[in-house]
Design a protein around this ligand. Structure first.
Ligand SMILES: Cc1cc2nc3c(=O)[nH]c(=O)nc-3n(C[C@H](O)[C@H](O)[C@H](O)COP(=O)(O)OP(=O)(O)OC[C@H]3O[C@@H](n4cnc5c(N)ncnc54)[C@H](O)[C@@H]3O)c2cc1C
Ligand code: FES
Length: 280
């Protein structure tokens, strides 16, 4: 059991948990993730380490409520326990030399933030491109502003409700043309990662994508997180989650992510009905 030490609410649907996990805190690195099972009947879901402290024995993860498990987690409070937490899993992000562009879209911003923070902490110049469909769905702006000044933050919204109207590839291309990109890291919806990759490829800039297929065990045993990289099958949990983005089969990844949409919708609806009944 893993005790919740702190719960922070960033917005209606975005939370951060600090949990007691002394062993995990000793071994965590930026880009790695943990697997959480909210209760003994729950599914296992992955979240990226947002922060950790080996001296104080805690780790943190940030999550957005999008389905049943994240809704269940958001109902937990300080002092409650999470049934199982496993980690660190996956390989840390490789932080090569030079100026970086870190691109995060939607919930991908929760994964992009710890990578950007670690790059800054290790002396890299970093430009963050933060994309969202609309202003209300833009995650962690305040947190990004604690590590980067205004000139290094570039916000886009699809509907123009905040920042620049459009998609992340517009500032990405401008930064590349201005010579401000030696390497790029991206994470978010598949179409976003695909087009960020095509833009980087046009200019020959190396680009890494953190892939987010559905995961079940997170340790390479179930095969659920299969991704196609340069025609070879890899497991995102043990071989990734970061891969050379120019080698990813994006159509395959998109199809795999959407495999259980109907069941996920039904599961959330059933949970919300129980939750409403309990609150009456
Ligand atoms: C390596 C990795 C790191 C991640 N880090 C974060 C993070 O730091 N913060 C964050 O908010 N989200 C993160 N995610 C996504 C997060 O795991 C999903 O949002 C979560 O599993 C949704 O579960 P749900 O039951 O609430 O939603 P559901 O309704 O079950 O699913 C909604 C969507 O979430 C994805 N999803 C569902 N179950 C899983 C699963 N077991 N594994 C992976 N994806 C799933 C699918 O795309 C699905 O269509 C990460 C995913 C991966 C693979
Ligand atoms: S999640 Fe099972 S093999 Fe990767």
């Amino acid at each position: 059991m893993y005790k919740i030490l702190e719960k922070t609410r960033f917005s209606d649907k975005v939370f951060k948990f600090r949990i007691e996990a002394p062993e995990m805190a000793k071994h965590a690195h930026a880009g790695q993730f943990l697997m959480v099972r909210a209760n003994e009947y729950g599914e296992r879901v992955p979240f990226t380490f947002a922060d950790w402290n080996p001296e104080e024995g805690w780790v943190e993860f940030i999550f957005m409520v999008i389905g049943k498990t994240t809704a269940m987690l958001s109902d937990l409070e300080v002092g409650d326990c999470i049934q199982d937490v496993t980690g660190p899993l996956g390989h840390p992000t490789e932080m090569g030399e030079g100026t970086w562009i870190v691109i995060g879209g939607g919930v991908g911003l929760a994964i992009a933030f710890p990578v950007a923070r670690q790059l800054v902490a290790t002396g890299h110049e970093v430009h963050a491109i933060m994309g969202a469909r609309t202003k209300d769905l833009l995650l962690l702006e305040e947190q990004f502003r604690t590590i980067l000044d205004d000139d290094h933050i570039h916000i886009t919204t699809d509907d123009g409700s905040y920042g620049e109207q459009g998609v992340v590839t517009a500032p990405e291309e401008r930064l590349i043309q201005a010579g401000k990109a030696d390497r790029i890291f991206c994470v978010g919806p598949v179409p976003m990662m695909k087009f960020a990759t095509l833009t980087a490829q046009k200019y020959g800039i190396p680009i890494i994508a953190s892939l987010n297929p559905i995961m079940v065990d997170g340790t390479g045993m179930c095969g659920c997180c299969r991704v196609e990289i340069d025609g070879e099958t890899k497991f995102a949990c043990v071989d990734g989650p970061d891969f050379d983005a120019t080698k990813v089969d994006w159509n395959d990844l998109r199809a795999r992510q959407a495999a259980y949409l109907t069941e996920e919708g039904q599961s959330l609806k059933a949970y919300e009905e129980v939750r409403c009944a309990c609150q009456r």
